[in-house]
Design a protein around this ligand. Structure first.
Ligand code: HEM
Length: 418
């Protein structure tokens, strides 16, 4: 391990980080990881990770690394170099390695161009559908609340993203529940430290998703329309004469959009609603002044983003604060911790939608999230209708969370009328 700090200091840092990570993986740690992040930050903006590589908690460093061409995505070639028996070469990990966020330039530049972005027009066209979906879901929520408590996760936040993306990609609604389950199962392969059994669940989910999208693309080829999958087929066909390769390109784009869009947006919607119940004065403030809604959503993304860890690898031997990172070594950018960096934000542990929020929830640099405008529109639409239509809601019991470190997920959010 290359480092300008002494080996003894590194060993002590790594031992301290082991204890912190054990805590982060408990129910307490998942409910509130921020004290552990603060302890980590107290050891410096960069600390050695227990399993090798480094953990970065400084906001400015995270931002700088995300924008720098010296820090790469762990791509297919990097994964091969880690050895066939490692988690990086599990079948589900190999599948992820061909998707957009695992590519580096020049391949990334080419595929990102094909993927296209969510321009304002796309989001505007989807907005009436999202509004209709939100109103239908809030009707169900209201009915359930009349009987006592209702689970916001099962009723609203798990439903809206799959219905939005399912509608946009043209996926039959009968498939949505299974697709949603599969996206929860596959996420372990992208987690920080997956166990062998979690990886096996990801492998099974990914095999089913591959079969699903290949069938879908075969069918879509004979029913081309104006949907994104049809558009990706046309674009790939225009540049790739080999039909099989073109279909693989379309598959990896469709797969990743589904994986990227569902859980992350659900977590944003759940966290936003949880924070609203914890800060009840905001219910009437937002209802009275809907112009405050976008800032509220941005502060949710800073305060507790859906993804707490983004990883990169060093393109060559590189200095990182007092450390020397060797080529191919991994750095974990602890976005959740960076968002509470006092060097960046005043009183960072305070939830304050009035602040000028800067955050890295959607990453930064060339991999900046393509779906950010859609996720924001879903969250803002839901929040607007929630405070307009419903009287104040309160937490009926403490929510449970999935056992993850990087990808946050509330498994329930039981609410009642206040
Ligand atoms: C709150 C919801 C969301 C969050 C927090 C989120 C977060 C992220 C992050 C952190 C990255 C970059 C990963 C990296 O730098 O390695 C990313 C990339 C991406 N996201 Fe999102 N995302 C969200 C919603 C969506 C949605 C709704 C879609 C699509 C409909 C989407 C599509 C993508 C795609 C295609 C990429 C890859 C971009 C690239 O590598 O060039 N995301 N997202």
């Amino acid at each position: 391990m290359g480092s300008a700090t002494t080996p003894i200091a590194e060993m002590s840092d790594r031992r301290a980080a082991v204890a912190l990570f054990s805590r982060l993986r408990t129910a307490e740690g998942q409910a509130d990881p921020f004290p552990s992040y603060a302890e980590l930050r107290a050891r410096g903006g960069v600390t050695p990770a227990p399993w090798g590589g480094y953990l970065v908690t400084s906001f400015d460093l995270c931002d700088r690394l995300l924008r720098s061409p010296d820090w790469l995505e762990p791509d297919r070639a990097w994964r091969r170099r880690q050895g066939l028996g490692t988690r990086w070469n599990a079948p589900s990990a190999r599948e992820i390695s061909a998707t957009l966020p695992a590519l580096n330039p020049p391949e990334h530049t080419r595929v990102r161009r094909v993927a296209g972005g969510f321009d304002r027009g796309t989001v505007q066209r989807l907005e009436p559908t999202v509004r209709r979906l939100v109103d239908g879901l809030l009707d169900t929520l209201s009915e359930r609340l009349r009987d006592g408590r209702a689970d916001f996760v099962a009723t609203v936040s798990e439903e809206l993203p799959v219905a939005t993306v399912g509608y946009w990609l043209g996926l039959p609604s009968t498939d949505w529940p299974r697709l949603r389950e599969l996206t929860h199962e596959q996420v372990f392969t992208q987690e920080l430290l997956p166990t062998a059994s979690q990886l096996a669940r990801s492998d099974a989910a990914m095999a089913e998703l591959r079969a699903y999208f290949h069938d879908l693309i075969r069918h879509r080829r004979t029913h081309l329309g104006d949907d994104p999958v049809s558009r990706w087929i046309r674009t790939w066909d225009a540049t790739e004469p080999d039909r099989e390769k073109a279909d693989e390109g379309v598959y990896f784009l469709s797969l990743f959009v589904l994986l990227a869009a569902l859980e992350t947006t659900s977590t944003l919607l759940s966290t936003m609603t949880l924070l609203l119940t914890e800060h009840p004065a905001w219910w009437s403030r937002l209802a009275a002044d809907p112009d405050l809604i976008p800032a509220f959503v941005e502060e949710v993304l800073r305060y507790d983003p859906p993804i707490h860890v983004i990883s990169r690898v060093a393109a060559r031997d590189l200095p990182l604060e007092a450390h020397r990172v060797r080529a191919d070594e991994m750095v974990h950018l602890l976005i959740g911790a960076a968002h509470r960096d006092p060097a960046k934000h005043l009183s960072p542990d305070e939830f304050d939608p009035g602040r000028r929020t800067a955050h890295l929830a959607f990453s930064s640099g060339i991999h900046y999230c393509l779906g950010a405008p859609l996720a924001r529109m879903e969250a803002q639409t839901l929040l607007r209708r929630l405070v307009e239509r419903l009287p104040r809601l309160t937490l009926a019991r403490r929510p449970a969370r999935a056992p993850r470190v990087a990808f946050r997920r509330l498994s329930n959010l039981d609410l009642a009328l206040a």
